[in-house]
Write a protein that binds this ligand. Structure first.
Ligand SMILES: [Zn+2]
Length: 137
């Protein structure tokens, strides 16, 4: 599967930030783990991304999974912590949350340049080191 590039992501979203990148990585992991097809294969539910910058996550998820508001296969729910549930009706669900170390790094960001630098670093990171993954079959 061809990855979403940072260039495509910035063109769609308008700027580069860590939550946008996390949305891309989470979505790619969801498709891979559930062997789902892009655009129609997954229903995505996102908690804890009500406000910027955390809500940028949702654009990353739409880009990578192809689940969109227009098609109704992604939805945003209220919560204190970020949680993403991917549901492939054919073969189950997985739940992703952010690892504590990542949350600390995100919360420590102050300057715009630091956010961009972290975004670029995360884009090259292995998703397994960033997310806690729970399988609910
Ligand atoms: Zn953003």
């Amino acid at each position: 599967m061809k990855r979403v590039s940072l260039k495509e992501a910035i063109k769609f979203h308008g700027h580069l930030g860590p939550y946008l990148v996390l949305g891309i990585l989470a979505g790619e992991l969801g498709l891979e783990k559930l062997k789902a097809k892009k655009y129609f294969g997954l229903d995505v539910s996102v908690w804890g991304a009500d406000h910027k910058p955390r809500s940028c996550l949702i654009d990353g998820l739409q880009l990578s999974t192809g689940s969109t508001y227009g098609k109704g296969n992604i939805k945003k729910l209220q919560g204190n912590r970020i949680k993403i549930v991917f549901n492939n009706n054919d073969c189950g669900k997985i739940t992703l949350t952010l690892k504590d170390e990542l949350i600390n790094n995100l919360n420590a960001l102050k300057r715009h340049a630091d956010s961009e630098a972290l975004a670029r670093k995360l884009f090259k990171a292995a998703a397994s080191g960033l997310f806690n993954l729970k399988t609910n079959t």
